[in-house]
Write a protein that binds this ligand. Sequence first.
Ligand SMILES: N[C@@H](CCC(=O)N[C@@H](CS)C(=O)NCC(=O)O)C(=O)O
Length: 211
Amino acid sequence: MRLYFSPLACSMATRIALYEADADASFVEVDAKTKRTLPGGGDFTEKSPLGLVPTLETDDGQLLTENAAILQWVADRFPKAALAPQDAAGRTRLVEWLSFIGTELHKAIFAPLLDKNAPEGAKAYALGKVEPRFRRIERHLEGRPFLLPKFSVADAYLVTVLTWTVATPIDLKATWPALAAYVKGVRTLPSVAKAFAEERELYAAEMARAG
Ligand SMILES: N[C@@H](CCC(=O)N[C@@H](CS)C(=O)NCC(=O)O)C(=O)O
């Protein structure tokens, strides 16, 4: 299978899941600005209509998009890695967290804050949404290492988006100590540490290319 990704973007959650599963996967970098694959590759919008990462091409040629779908697909494809609860109640909680991270954190807060072209009013509106949403996860993660009883694909997604706070006015350590401790703990997992180290290097190369 092949994961289309951009360095340190939300697609890193899928990389983490693939590392956890010890999956045989290749990784194709996408230039988020030009929507072309690197190095010197093709038009990524032929794979993903909106040109968004993650996009996962499976061994039987399916093209999957959307974090919540791809992460659950990886969890189901590699059940031994136990990246998703097997029981219905646990699965519902997983979908609840994936939806919360995708809509209430990723899109509602981080997308406007990280978009250089977003107007200041949009950024201020997004910052206004931080307190209740971060409080919800802060309370949930007090005394817990993971969102669910075990590490799951939802943690792979949450640690990825919370790391973006460094590029925003949100001070995780000062304001949200349980979230800061959660990120610190999850980043010690070998799969997560490896993904971050690799993607940090690719991100630095991307920044150097952009000048
Ligand atoms: N709804 C999509 C959103 C994916 C998304 O926003 N991806 C970002 C990276 S975190 C992206 O590809 N941005 C490039 C762009 O907006 O052109 C999902 O959950 O997978």
